[in-house]
Write a protein that binds this ligand. Structure first.
Ligand code: 6GU
Length: 252
């Protein structure tokens, strides 16, 4: 996977990505990262990249030409026309399915805006995907680009040590992960659940599956709708909801 980032703050991207698991993957050559400074493609006296908006109001806008030239410098080196992700609160909300799918690309270009945004005309010409990371406003696209690169990296073969952990965790099958415990066996008076100490693998798997369903029903009922459960498991969910409803009535 080759990540290319168009940004006014390349050091922010480099510092973030060269740390921890993504940093190790870059050192191993499983990922490459190129942060291109859009300012380097502003061929005017003061390397200016922004200007006022036509129609007034709304502060400064990033101009089309430096963004376009920076993009072209990347696209002329990639095997085919790369996907270009523009980070914007107006985009499709990022999720695990999108991370999995984007991890199959050879190259991904991330375009990070600042100020009040970017001239619409260059977006029309180069952007293939408009992506948001949630319904809140940020000052720029750098953090969202790093969020996306982090989750996409995890889906690239070899990046995680235990390749298993790529699938049996939160969002696999639209269920949240079950609770986990390490030593000591008792902490602050709380014991590790008995079944986990039993060494009975079938029972452990059964308990974990039930915990995943319980957690998802409790914390993310919206996710559970998309989960693939057996009839018996759906009955368990109905029983939980009935129980929670009754408990709620009692506290009224
Ligand atoms: Cl992708 N960009 C910006 N600038 N703000 C955001 C966002 C993206 N997602 C949520 N807020």
């Amino acid at each position: 996977m080759n990540f290319h980032v168009l940004t006014l703050f390349p050091e922010m991207i480099e510092n973030g990505m060269n740390t921890s698991i993504t940093g190790r993957a870059i050192a191993k050559g499983l990922l490459t990262l190129e942060a291109v400074n859009i300012r380097d493609y502003a061929f005017n006296k003061h390397q200016k990249v922004d200007d006022y908006t036509y129609g007034g109001g709304a502060g400064m806008l990033m101009q089309a030409e430096p963004v376009y030239l920076a993009y072209e410098a990347i696209a002329e080196r990639t095997a085919k026309k790369p996907r270009v992700v523009y980070l914007t609160p107006q985009g499709q909300v990022f999720n695990q399915a999108m991370a999995r799918e984007m991890a199959l690309e050879e190259d991904l270009v991330f375009l990070c805006g600042h100020y009040e945004g970017i001239d619409e005309r260059v977006l029309e010409e180069i952007v293939t995907d408009y992506v948001s990371i949630g319904d809140y406003v940020l000052t720029g696209g750098e953090l969202p680009a790093m969020v996306m690169m982090d989750s996409i990296s995890r889906m690239v073969p070899g990046v995680l040590n235990n390749q298993e952990s790529g699938e049996t965790e939160s969002f696999a099958g639209n269920l949240l992960e079950y609770p986990q415990y390490s030593r000591p066996e008792e902490w602050h008076g709380k014991k590790v659940p008995e079944v986990l100490m039993s060494g009975h693998h079938a029972n452990i798997e059964k308990w974990r599956r039930e915990q995943s369903i319980y957690r998802t029903a409790k914390r993310r009922p919206d996710l559970l709708k998309k989960a693939d459960l057996t009839n018996k498991e759906w009955n368990y969910v109905r029983q939980l909801r009935k129980q929670w409803k009754e408990e709620e009535e009692q506290t009224k």
